[in-house]
Design a protein around this ligand. Structure first.
Ligand code: ADP
Length: 158
């Protein structure tokens, strides 16, 4: 049986922290599916097509990664993709409470799917998509936080 992990998120935009996590996970699983949420309660800066395109470009060098979007329950999406694992990133203690609640809920909805937490390399622990958007909107330099292709797209969008 192939070991498949779903890495879900809004990826608005994908950052170097996300990419670091996908790199690490790609060594542990046969396939990593980056699942981009379409119907998040948050209104997004990049639309779904832009998020799929920028995420796919940013991850194009990692062989066993697929980028898909979904608008169903995460556990149903994982099931449909034959994934056994939901992967989430933990940056700091502040992430923990929400992630703990989410994993408990997903375990309730489908006890067969395991949530696995991974941490990024230290230099990526402070990066978040929302901070990248804020720095961008105020004219700051985001080049240390996102790949060049994402930076170019974000600047065009502005
Ligand atoms: P969401 O909207 O579901 O929080 P995000 O796209 O912001 O989705 O993040 C997706 C996942 O990646 C989450 O588990 C989040 O904690 C994790 N993540 C976000 N930024 C980083 C980072 N810099 N390093 C490691 N994991 C991260």
């Amino acid at each position: 049986m192939k070991k498949i992990a779903i890495y879900p998120g809004s990826f608005d935009p994908i950052t170097n922290g996300h990419i670091d996590l996908v790199h690490r996970a790609s060594k542990l699983f046969d396939k990593v599916i980056v699942g981009i949420t379409q119907n998040s309660k948050k209104s997004s800066f990049l639309n779904i097509d832009e998020r799929i395109q920028t995420t796919s470009t940013a991850l194009k060098d990692i062989g066993n990664v697929e980028v898909l979007s979904f608008n169903t329950l995460l556990v149903d999406f994982a099931n449909a993709q034959n994934a056994q694992v939901i992967l989430r990133g933990l940056r700091a203690v502040s992430d923990f409470e929400y992630e703990f609640q989410l994993s408990g809920m997903n375990k309730h909805l489908n006890p067969n799917i395991e949530t696995l937490f991974m941490t990024p390399a230290e230099q990526y622990a402070n990066i978040s998509s929302s901070l990248v958007r804020e720095i961008l909107s105020l004219g700051g330099d985001i080049s240390a936080f996102v790949p060049k292709s994402v930076e170019t797209h974000l600047k065009t969008k502005l």
